[in-house]
Design a protein around this ligand. Structure first.
Ligand SMILES: [Zn+2]
Length: 94
């Protein structure tokens, strides 16, 4: 399982809506991948906040940003790959 696979399944994992085997694979990934572990915890906390405010769905924007951050962290050492649509390090001031 790669980080991309993990992120694809993450919301289902936190939603508890997946089969035992996929769940075991995700938990195995968490054992060795600190980046995904952090993302998993952050997302879990975010979902709990949203659940409290009766907005269970994660906003797409947040999901995209999490995925971009984790993928560039895991794969960034290969070469400098930057997504032109989302320059890293620029604060979203609105
Ligand atoms: Zn990972």
């Amino acid at each position: 399982m790669t980080c991309s696979d993990f992120l694809k399944e993450l919301t289902d994992y936190l939603d508890d809506s997946m089969d035992a085997q996929t769940r075991a694979e995700l938990e195995d990934h968490l054992q060795w991948c600190h980046n995904c572990y952090v993302v998993c915890n952050t997302t879990k906390m975010t979902i709990e906040i949203y659940r409290d405010s009766h907005l269970y769905e994660l906003p797409d924007d947040l999901r995209t940003r999490l995925r971009t951050a984790i993928v560039s962290k895991c794969e960034g050492h290969k070469e400098q790959v930057s997504d032109p649509r989302e320059p890293s390090g620029s604060p979203t001031a609105k």
